[in-house]
Structures are given as C-alpha cells and as structure tokens.
Design a protein around this ligand. Structure first.
Ligand SMILES: C[S@@+](CC[C@H](N)C(=O)[O-])C[C@H]1O[C@@H](n2cnc3c(N)ncnc32)[C@H](O)[C@@H]1O
Length: 224
C-alpha cells in the first residue's frame, strides 16, 4: 500500500523509538524537517557533504568521518537493527560532529533531500537480490540514477562497490546508458581501490576470496 512520506516517517520513527534513544548522533527525519536542512544539522562550516545509502553497521562511515573531519557525512539505512548497531558504536566513541546517521530507506528520497545537496553519494554492497524474480527490488535502476543525478552538486561523484558481478555490471550499464554520468574508471570498474576504508561486508567478502567491483561516476550537466 502506498503511503505518504509523512506517514512513512511517523511510522518508522515510532518504531525506532522503541529500540533506541534520539541523541546528538542520530538525526530523526520528521515530516516537518523535510527537505532536510543540512546547515542546521552540521554546525561546522565544512563545505563538502557526502551521503552514504545503506551504511550497515556503520564501520566505514564512522572511520571516514573520523579521518576527514573537514567533510560532513550523512548516512541512512532502512533497517532498524543496522541503525541500532551503528548508533551503539557512535554512542561509545568520542563525539564526531561531522557525522549524522538517520533511519530511512530511499523511497522518499526526493522529498527528503533538496537537489544539489551532495558532493558525493556512496553505496557499498547494496542488496543484490540475486534471484531474477527479485531483481525488481534492486535499489539502482534508470529512475534511481536520475534521482542520484539530481541530488548531486555539479560534477558530484557516485561510488558503488559490490561483490556481485552481475549486479555491478547492470549498474555500470544503467549509468553508462543514462548519458548523464561519466565513468571515472578505465573499462568501467576496478577490483581494487588504493587506501580504501573497507566496509564490514567488504571485509567478509574479501576474506572469502571474492572479487570486489568498484564503480565511480561523475555527474555530467544535463544536455539542453
Ligand atoms: C548488504 S548490506 C551492506 C552494508 C554496508 N554498506 C557494508 O558494506 O557493510 C546492505 C545495507 O543496505 C541497507 N539498504 C538496502 N536497501 C536500502 C535502501 N533502499 N535505503 C537505505 N538502506 C538500504 C540494508 O538495510 C543493509 O544495511
């Protein structure tokens, strides 16, 4: 059943509040706070804002934010248990003022976030839905690429990583066919990226001997 953004956020917020307390580490997206005003979330004057979709246990985004205190990071994940795990890590750590996480999926992302908000959007190991009959559940498709384009600043970057070759190649094809992004990797992908902070899934998959597919695209202007 289709529900409005307000109904969605009221519902997940009521659910989340049963499992964790709202504090300075977590941003509660409420109907009156959309589209999100990032200048109110981050007090510092960092001009670069990066956005991770599906941060999982938060390992990567937390390390990135600690390492790059001059960059603001905003992360979302739709699953309660993932948000709770990441929040528990943050609550134990020294304050990280340039990082905020929120519980949300991407269904209302266009209402939630204003155009041209991000310098970079990151998706690490998004669920590949390997069975053909489930491919329709994959987050990245033609429409999503247009949304990503809209949310990025001019020349903004989209990064993707996955161990699932077929999904990675599908994503590469969708971005290339869109003609509104250019791939920044020769042949479209790399299996290794120097100095990369690995995510929890990446560590597991690498340990299991699987190849990782890294994609990187730059937003092009829309042709008139
Ligand atoms: C396979 S896990 C990868 C987690 C983490 N990125 C990593 O690499 O360790 C995929 C994560 O994306 C989240 N997720 C999947 N689809 C999502 C969506 N449309 N919006 C937000 N989160 C999503 C899931 O809840 C899950 O935590």
């Amino acid at each position: 059943m289709w529900i409005t953004a307000a109904e969605y956020f009221n519902k997940i917020n009521a659910d989340s509040r049963k499992y964790f307390e709202i504090n300075e580490n977590i941003y509660e997206i409420t109907p009156d706070r959309i589209p999100i005003d990032f200048t109110k979330i981050f007090n510092k004057e960092n001009s670069v804002l990066k956005f991770e979709i599906g941060f999982g246990n938060g390992e990567s985004i937390i390390k990135l934010a600690k390492k790059n205190s001059d960059i603001n990071y905003f992360g979302i994940d739709r699953k309660m248990d993932r948000v709770r795990t990441a929040l528990a890590k943050l609550n134990k750590a020294e304050p990280i003022p340039n990082l905020k996480i929120a519980r949300s999926g991407t269904d209302y992302i266009e209402e939630m976030i204003s155009a041209g908000s991000f310098d970079e959007i990151i998706m690490n190991f998004p669920d590949p839905w390997p069975k053909k009959k489930h491919h329709k559940n994959r987050t990245i498709n033609d429409d999503f690429v247009k949304i990503i384009h809209r949310l990025l600043k001019p020349e903004g970057i989209f990064r993707f990583a996955s161990d699932h070759e077929e999904y990675s190649m599908e994503v590469l094809g969708v971005f290339q066919d869109s003609e509104i992004f250019e791939s920044l990797y020769e042949n479209g992908f790399k299996n290794e990226v120097k100095d990369r902070i690995q995510t929890q899934f990446e560590k597991h998959k690498t340990k299991a001997g699987l190849k990782i597919y890294h994609l990187k695209f730059r937003k092009k202007p829309l042709s008139s």
